[in-house]
Ligand binder design. Structure first.
Ligand code: AMP
Ligand code: ZN
Length: 135
């Protein structure tokens, strides 16, 4: 078992636990973007959103809102990001599905660069058609 988050679930690597039930674990990120930065993970190993079993994904998403609110309230945040990196290209370093809850303060400058683009005429429809076809 070389997955660091599976080892946290098994208790062989320590974590600062926030929440636990039969299927879900939440703990503080060891390198926080802001105080309270929390990771929420399924206890069953999978690497990305689309590989997670429905049962575990439902369990995780059903408790995510209350964990997010508790994190946000605890640090008196003005807002929070729920972030899930899927794949190396998207910035995923730990290949066990996890949702970041990152408390945000007004004007904190975190993620200040959002590289928003614009579709040329016809491109949005073309992309949407491809997505609908692969659903
Ligand atoms: P990602 O880039 O989405 O894969 O993020 C992985 C996150 O896991 C990073 O924010 C790390 O700081 C965090 N992390 C890695 N190892 C540990 C650990 N042992 N305990 C808590 N958080 C960790
Ligand atoms: Zn794992």
């Amino acid at each position: 078992m070389d997955c660091i988050f599976c080892q946290i679930v098994a208790g062989s690597i320590p974590c600062t636990k926030i929440y636990e039930d039969e299927m879900v674990l939440a703990f503080l990120d060891i390198a926080p973007v802001s105080a309270g930065h929390t990771l929420v993970i399924p206890k069953e190993h999978c690497d990305e959103v689309h590989n997670c079993s429905e049962k575990y994904f439902e369990a995780l998403t059903s408790v995510l809102p209350k964990i997010a609110l508790a994190v946000s309230d605890a640090v008196s945040a003005d807002g929070y990001n729920v972030l899930c990196n899927n794949g190396r290209a998207a910035g995923q370093l730990v290949e066990h599905l996890h949702f970041h809850i990152i408390p945000r303060m007004a004007g904190d400058g975190v993620f200040s660069h959002w590289p928003a683009g614009k579709y040329p005429p016809g491109k949005a429809d073309e992309v949407a058609k491809k997505i609908r076809k692969s659903l």
